[in-house]
Design a protein around this ligand. Structure first.
Ligand SMILES: [Zn+2]
Length: 244
């Protein structure tokens, strides 16, 4: 091929690249407010999903069961958030499996019926947010600290980061919230939902915090502060929406 023809093609490709780049920059430089899907008006502010229960003990350490720790902290969180004036619902108040309440899903898996029951409550009540309480475990006792997992939505990410940061301050950790991609609850609820792993039962320091009144109160306070921060942000967005 003639060298000038090649040169002319390279020039053409160059200008196409420049045009695409300009287009991208034009879009990127427009100041946009994050497109947040602000939830509809609702009577329920928060649903506390209490992980496991009944036949499903969750993770264990000796005679300690995750399901019991989740329930204790859920009760404390319920009291703290209602004290702050929020309308709160807890989906398990005793030691039972939520699959027992699920008569509507004809699925042979007890685990799936349990999770479906939890998400159905959230999808019918449309709360401003849902927090699912859990306890972590690792075969390496050195692993410690809280971990918050979010959905693939902006609001869920904000909620997760606010709770994670608040808990990091308590645990003196610097963990980042992560996308909980494989988790049923996160994939099937329509409200901003996060899973809060409140520490490792397999780590002595975390276990002390998870099983003493003082530690449980501190965990409750840190989760509550993250939730209140999120709700304050949500209110700001809603007011801005109304003003527009
Ligand atoms: Zn769990």
């Amino acid at each position: 091929m003639n060298i000038w023809i090649v040169h002319s093609w390279i020039k053409k490709i160059h200008w196409v690249r420049v045009a695409v780049l300009c287009l991208l920059l034009t879009h990127l430089c427009i100041p946009i407010r994050p497109a947040l899907a602000v939830p509809l008006a609702t009577d329920t502010d928060v649903i506390i999903d209490v992980g496991h229960g009944g036949i499903d003990g969750g993770t264990t350490f000796g005679t300690l069961y995750e399901k019991d720790i989740n329930l204790i902290i859920a009760n404390k969180l319920y009291k703290e958030l209602t004290r702050q004036g929020l309308a709160v619902i807890v989906d398990r108040t005793g030691d039972h499996a939520l699959s027992d309440h699920n008569q509507w899903l004809k699925n042979p898996s007890r685990h799936r019926r349990d999770l479906a029951q939890r998400k159905q409550l959230a999808n019918e009540l449309h709360p401003k947010l849902m927090v699912s309480l859990h306890v972590n475990w690792s075969k390496r006792p050195i692993h410690r600290g809280p971990l918050v997992m979010h959905q693939n939505t902006e609001l869920s990410v904000f909620l997760a980061e606010m709770i994670q940061n608040s808990m990091n301050r308590l645990f003196n950790t610097r963990k980042l919230a992560i996308h909980g991609k494989p988790f049923y609850l996160l994939n099937h609820t329509t409200c901003p939902t996060v899973i809060v792993e409140m520490g490792y039962i397999s780590n002595i320091e975390d276990r002390n915090r998870l099983t003493t009144t003082k530690g449980q109160d501190a965990i409750t306070k840190s989760i509550s502060e993250g939730i209140m921060e999120f709700l304050a942000m949500l209110e700001t967005y809603q007011k801005a929406d109304e003003a527009n």
